[in-house]
Ligand binder design. Structure first.
Ligand code: NAP
Length: 283
């Protein structure tokens, strides 16, 4: 029977310890770390994610500043706002909610975030440092997945990991983190030929693709570790990028959908903001 990688439970345990760290910082400095969130436009899903991140800040006793900008915002206007937050000494972390409206150059805006405040791990500089094994905040979703795998002591070294998806915020950093953990890594994407054949060879499979149940249960090798970053709402709750019905009989470990990767993503963002606040005090 497979072991459930319970992101909901782990993130709630981590929140308890983060609350104590926030309190300790408050006693020492008289203030808490602050996360600034930037929401551009009126996409309801993005607004929900930003609200959930603000609520997570509240749960650990931390403050957040919510910046809302209209869908008509230009790249230059967004860059100016990011520079303002970079220069604000009260702000320890900056989250620019992805995706921004199409006319904005998202990459340029991500890269304007100061490295010390890049708690969502979205800058090229942060990615490069992480890839080289240097200190940097990891991209929140793959970093959260690594916390989960490490917490449950999932064996990684020498394993063949197949990451399906190569986005800048998820697939690519995921592959790099698994490589740094001594996995042998295959990255698949929309031009991959015979996706099923690659997944069949995986000791660890990560669904990071954004297509409901694209990865079929009968592609999964007996005893594989199954990590599903996808979430697609359905009348019964939701499905991921991997067909998970009955996966308990095949996998050795698996993340549920929901309650696996999602809570760990938000938790990692908050965790990294607390670390940024502590770093300011300790350095
Ligand atoms: P994305 O930017 O749209 O990237 C999707 C990736 O999947 C791309 O690399 C794409 O390949 C690949 N792909 C698409 N169709 C494919 C196919 N038929 N076969 C193989 N590869 C295919 O998405 P993302 O932002 O990385 O998100 C991926 C998933 O993770 C989504 O379900 C999203 O909701 C979820 N997610 C969850 C969290 C969380 O907190 N739980 C956070 C972020 C994302 P190309 O590069 O060739 O186009």
């Amino acid at each position: 029977m497979a072991i459930l990688l319970d992101g909901k439970k782990l993130s709630s345990q981590i929140e308890t310890s983060l609350s104590k760290r926030v309190q300790a910082l408050k006693q020492k400095t008289g203030r808490t770390p602050i996360l600034a969130t930037i929401l551009v436009g009126d996409d309801p899903a993005s607004a929900t994610y930003v609200r959930m991140k603000g609520n997570a800040c509240k749960r650990v006793g931390m403050e957040s500043i919510r910046v809302e900008m209209p869908a008509s915002t230009t790249t230059d206007e967004l860059l100016a706002k990011i520079r303002e937050l970079n220069a604000n000494p009260d702000v320890h972390g900056i989250l620019l909610q992805h995706p921004v409206p199409h006319h904005i150059d998202e990459r340029v805006c991500f890269d304007e975030i100061a490295l010390a405040k890049d708690v969502d791990g979205v800058t090229c500089l942060g990615f490069g440092r992480m890839a080289m094994g240097e200190r940097a905040y990891g991209s929140a979703t793959p970093q959260g997945i690594m916390h989960l795998l490490n917490h449950y002591k999932v064996p990684l070294s020498g394993k063949h990991a197949v990451v399906v998806g190569r986005s800048a915020i998820l697939g690519k950093p995921m592959a790099m983190m698994l490589l740094n953990a001594n996995c042998t890594v295959t990255i698949c994407h929309s031009k991959t030929v015979n996706l099923a054949d690659h997944v069949r060879q995986a000791d660890i499979v990560v669904g990071a693709v954004g297509v409901p149940e694209l990865i079929k249960k009968d592609w999964i090798k007996q005893g594989a570790v199954v990590v599903d970053a996808g979430f697609h709402p359905t009348p019964n709750g939701g499905v991921g990028d991997i067909e998970l019905g009955g996966i308990e009989d095949i996998a050795s470990f698996y993340t549920p959908v929901p309650g696996g990767v999602g809570p760990m993503t938000i938790n990692t963002l908050i965790h990294q903001t607390v670390e940024a606040g502590e770093k300011e005090v300790n350095e």
